[in-house]
Write a protein that binds this ligand. Sequence first.
Ligand code: SAM
Length: 328
Amino acid sequence: MPRDRFGREINYLRISLIDHCNLRCVYCMPLAGAPIAPSANLLTPSEIEVVARAALAVGFRRIRLTGGEPTLRADLLEIVERLARLPRLEDLALTTNGLLLPRLAPALVAAGLRRVNVHLDSLDPERLARVMRFGSFADIWAGILAAEAAGLTPIKLNAVVVRGYNEEDVVGLAALTRTRDWHVRFIELMPLGVGEPADLSRRGFVPTAETRARIEAALGPMATLPILDPADEARNYRLADGRGTVGFISPVSEPYCSTCNRMRLTADGKFHLCLLNDDECDVRAALRRGGIEAVANVLLTAVQAKPVGHALHTGRTIERREMFQLGG
Ligand code: SAM
């Protein structure tokens, strides 16, 4: 397994399949959409497979497909099929807004996908429409149930908490874990400079401590669950009468860079060294130059160049458009 300069074992590759999204979450994408890589620049399924093989050859073991909205890729099933059959891959997951899962979930399972994370910011249809803007609660909910029925478990739900939009809704979302063995995770809003209005990421920030206190005030104290995987970005808890888990992902108030095990591949074939960092290594050129071995070398170079952290807790903001991927 490759280790970076800071001794971190890097074994988790997040692959962005496409920059397009069929939602316009206020903190993520302007209504008009964001600058996107032209489709002709997207890595093809066979190129993605070569990158995955190279990653596995140097010791990566986990892959997550994300975006943009990965289910918008017409060749998603082929991509999943190609990756699912690779030896040594221990975990293949997908992060999605769930809208297309009613149609896709059984086929994704047949193609070899094991689990999904679904993004859901509220259980209230009107507030959901205000924060996620396109799509509807009913459609996302149908997607979650379709994923569960198809066996894409454990179901993990991701909610970004935004003041003035859904900070009260965390209680209802956490309460889902009373009756279902789902993982409901609350993500701190990150200052990416792409939200609308422009200062939303600062004004809308809600620290995990506040979200947790709100949940415990309404639903009672939660028990801390042991950290089974040190690289898990969520700190997990259980309600006294809970079946599932309530997790908190706190990139701003409690950065977890020291245990970060991730590297990401953009839809147009660049390794980004940190989910929140602009540094990049060109994979497309390596693919054309020499296939698996050349890509493996770029990947090892990228691992060595991985920065120590993103420094968001110091007030740093990311102004460049970043199709980062959280919620793994
Ligand atoms: N379309 C998929 C989805 O909605 O989950 C995958 C891509 S989306 C960029 C991945 C995750 O990033 C989602 O859970 C989303 O809510 C989260 N996200 C987007 N912008 C964010 C921000 N400014 N701060 C924190 N999380 C953010």
